[in-house]
Structure formats: C-alpha cells, structure tokens
Ligand binder design. Structure first.
Ligand code: FE2
Ligand code: FE2
Length: 186
C-alpha cells in the first residue's frame, strides 16, 4: 500500500516536471519564431537575411518538435501565449530596427539564456531518471546545440557591436526570464 502510494506520488511529480518543461519550451520556440518573423520584416533583402532565414528554419523545426510533445503529453500551452508571441514579434522588429548588429545582439542575448535553460532542464531530467527520459534528453541536447550555434553566429555577425549592447542584453534577458518564470507555472 505504502509502496503504491510512493509510486503514485513519484509519477505525479514526474508528470508535473514534464509538463513544466514542455510548456515553457513550447512557448520559447514559438517566441523564437515570432522574433525572426519580426526581424525579417525589417531585414528582408539585406546581406544578413540568409543567416536569419537559416536560424529561423531551425526554430521552425524546434517548434514542430515541441508541438508534437505538447500533443503527446497533453500539456496545455501557457495562457499567456498570445501576449508572449506579440512581445517576441515586437522584440524582433525593434532589434532589427537598430540595425543588423541589433538583430544579432537579440539572438546572442536570447540564446545565451536559452542554452543555459536547456542545460538546467537536462540536469533536472537526468536527476529524475536518465533512462526514462532518454528520448527527450536527446531532443533537448540537439536543440541546445543548435541554439548555441545561433548564439555563435550572432557573435560572428557583429551582435556584440550593437549600440548599448549590455543594456540591450539585460532588458532582453530580464524579459525572457520573466516569461520563463510565468510559463513554467501557467
Ligand atoms: Fe529554438
Ligand atoms: Fe534559437
């Protein structure tokens, strides 16, 4: 009886962990798509547009993966999805209006945070059960690697030279942290 109860508590905790991870990653990937959609409105036809298109393509794949996971695990998306989507689109347009460096600075700031965030989730899943979560761990590790590649592309393409880079980074990362905090809960 006691063992059954312990098992019940454990599987409820695992379900909660998975829901938290999938809900926040789903909105994160949706937001990434909105950022690049916004940036491309401004950057279309510029020398950087192909780099942005390529990153956007990987974000489309990420979103596709997360949408399948949302369906598989029946995770309700965060109720703030429309607001975060609009904010991400505005961020994309706004940073691109600062110039190509601004657009790349946005990618650097976001991906630095998201790379860490995926690593934190990977640690949580390994602590819970590396065998049980094997497939998800592989998925998250692949996405993390691609996000970190975007981060590096942002640096290679002069993102650190954006005007007020440090302030811009602080604002973007604070916004992302707030969105992550909320999305892990509702
Ligand atoms: Fe992504
Ligand atoms: Fe990304």
């Amino acid at each position: 009886m006691q063992r059954n109860f312990a098992r019940f508590v454990h599987s409820a905790a695992r379900k909660q962990l998975l829901e938290k991870i999938i809900r926040v990653d789903h909105i994160g990937e949706l937001a990434a798509n909105y950022i690049y959609a916004g940036q491309m409105v401004v950057m279309k036809g510029t020398a950087q547009s192909q780099i942005i298109e390529n990153m956007w393509k990987e974000e489309k794949d990420h979103l596709d993966i997360m949408e399948k996971l949302v369906a598989k695990h029946e995770v309700p998306p965060t109720i703030f999805a429309p607001i975060f989507g609009a904010a991400a689109y505005a961020l994309g347009v706004g940073t691109a209006l600062l110039g190509k460096e601004g657009a790349m600075a946005c990618t650097i700031a976001v991906e630095e945070l998201i790379g860490q965030h995926y690593n934190d989730q990977i640690k949580e899943l390994i602590n819970d059960d590396p065998v049980e979560h094997k497939e998800l761990l592989q998925t998250l590790a692949k996405m993390r690697d691609e996000e970190l590649h975007h981060h590096d592309l942002g640096i290679q393409n002069d993102g650190l030279k954006a005007p007020f880079y440090q302030s811009l980074k602080w604002v973007i990362q604070s916004g992302c942290k707030g969105a992550i905090w909320i999305s892990e809960k509702v």
